[in-house]
Design a protein around this ligand. Structure first.
Ligand SMILES: [Zn+2]
Ligand SMILES: [Zn+2]
Length: 501
């Protein structure tokens, strides 16, 4: 057995690096790669071999990929020993596995990664006379955000760019989600019921966001290979006395124990943790009826990526009334007015996967629709950050697509992007809606409603509307809502931003 350290990238920092480069180097510091290789022949028949490697303090995840040629008279089984004992055994059934603090490939136990000497355990149930093979084990040791942001899926579920539909706020029995058993009695609902319901709704991705716990990640690690058409995004609902926020894309621990109405301690942990933060149901009250529900923490919004402007539980409470007094939309618009780019998203906040489909608060009602480079954790999170996102309020328009484009004589931008429009420039906003029968469009320049009846054209199930306005040269935004013939909001766009720095 031979041990080669391919890269130990923590040594590359030097004084005077530009900040971007420093950030890149810090990222690399979080990853160490080792290769263990050697040969097995007939002398190893019915023997166990231990391949030792050092795990430095601070390591939070170990990834192993093991290769050897099959069908040449040798069989190799795998296991892993930590300094305190056997951490799992996968025999000959897995050539690749991950072992983290709160999730691990089934066969292995998640838990604290102790520093010290670990050993990859090889078992040789068969090595025939004269046979000889070489093996190679590639081991990644991850720290910090790199350890927390590993997807449950090894590869994108779909490689193509497009609009992907999902539910970004749900609970199961890992927090306060419940469903009925056969008795019938209310029980803590197992997580697979929620994934099953999401699949039946035709969703592409979901974020199961339990309150202040990470116990749901292991079940998702186990389910993801079966769910080859439903991406499971790691999420937690960081539930404080001063408001709730979803952490997406990280399995790390973000300390929820705020003791003052100030979000700074959360935001300070965010970069080290990985993932992005979205403020939940900001319009709910915070009183004895709903303790800590509304967002009352002082917040540097430049560190926040999104805001849940439509919450299924809230919609249920208001019988589907979108612009109710507890709507999140005014809170979002207030942050836009303060010059922030904040992606508007939605979540069902479902607590029972047996809720009647398409009723407000059922799985996928509402749905967030994200344009992503691929159906993958990275693709969906980048899409969410980019702001090319719209909300299907009832989650009942599976074919809906809403596109915005704003243009001046010298430039153009789409939803989520910034258009420079000096004072006096004419701006044309073009809206295209498909997949919504009898749709009508309402458009706004900041809080000013744009003249309805501007050029509209309907072709098949696509409605195209165009508005013109004169820019005042100040930061602002253009946004639309697609409504039913009765004026009920069905789709809500994100903005095209004007003149943001
Ligand atoms: Zn909440
Ligand atoms: Zn919730």
């Amino acid at each position: 057995m031979r041990l080669r350290v391919l890269r130990w990238l923590g040594l590359l920092l030097c004084v005077g690096l530009a900040p971007a480069l420093q950030a890149q180097e810090q990222e690399k510091e979080q990853e160490q790669q080792l290769t263990l290789d050697g040969a097995i022949d007939e002398r190893h028949h019915n023997r166990y071999i231990e391949l030792p490697f050092e795990v430095p303090a601070g390591t939070r995840r170990i990834n192993v990929t093991f290769d050897y040629p099959r069908g040449q008279g040798v069989t190799i089984d795998l296991g892993m020993l930590s300094p305190s004992g056997l951490r799992g055994w996968s025999g000959g059934n897995k050539a690749r596995f991950t072992l983290g603090e709160v999730d691990a490939t089934p066969s292995y136990l998640p838990g604290v990664i102790e520093p010290g000497q670990w050993r990859l355990l090889l078992g040789v149930p068969n090595a025939e006379p004269g046979a000889r093979v070489t093996y190679q084990a590639r081991i990644e040791l991850l720290q910090g955000a790199a350890a927390n942001t590993q997807a449950f899926a090894d590869a994108p579920l779909k490689a193509q760019a497009g609009w992907y539909r999902g539910d970004l706020h749900m609970h199961t029995g890992h927090s306060d989600g419940s469903c009925m058993n056969n008795a019938p009695a209310k029980v803590a609902c197992p997580l697979w019921m929620t994934t099953q319901s999401a699949r039946e709704r035709g969703l592409d991705f979901i974020a199961i966001s339990e309150h202040n716990t990470r116990s749901h990640f292991q079940a998702q690690r186990e389910l993801q290979p079966l769910l080859d058409d439903l991406l499971l995004l790691p999420a937690q609902e960081i539930t404080t006395f001063y408001g709730h926020a979803n952490l997406f894309g990280s399995t790390g621990f973000l300390d929820f124990r705020l003791t003052e109405a100030d979000a700074a301690p959360l935001l300070e942990q965010l970069a080290a943790n990985g993932g992005l933060l979205s403020i939940n149901h900001p319009g709910l009250p915070s009183n004895r009826d709903c303790m800590g529900c509304g967002w009352t923490a002082a917040t540097d919004y430049s560190a926040v990526s999104a805001m849940e402007v439509i919450n299924g539980g809230t919609l249920r409470a208001t019988q589907g009334w979108v612009h109710s007094p507890v709507s999140g939309i005014p809170h979002w618009l207030a942050q836009l007015a303060a010059g922030h780019r904040l992606t508007a998203i939605a979540g069902s906040d479902n607590h029972n996967p047996q809720d009647a489909p398409e009723s407000p608060g059922a799985v996928g009602a509402p749905t967030t629709v994200i344009y992503a480079d691929s159906l993958s954790q990275q693709g969906i999170l980048e899409g969410l950050r980019s702001g090319r996102v719209f909300i299907d309020v009832r989650g009942d328009h599976p074919e809906a697509v809403l596109q915005l484009q704003a243009a001046t004589a010298s430039g153009q931008a789409q939803m989520g992007q910034v258009l420079k429009a000096p004072a006096g420039d004419e701006v044309t906003l073009s809206v295209s809606v498909s997949g919504v029968a009898d749709a009508a469009v309402k458009a706004w320049y900041r809080d000013q409603r744009l003249t309805p009846g501007a050029r509209q054209r309907r072709q098949g199930d696509t409605l195209e509307a165009q508005y013109t306005l004169e820019s005042d040269g100040q930061p602002g935004w253009l946004r639309v809502e697609v409504t039913s013939a009765e004026g009920q909001p069905l789709l809500i766009s994100n903005p095209v931003y004007l003149n943001l720095p």
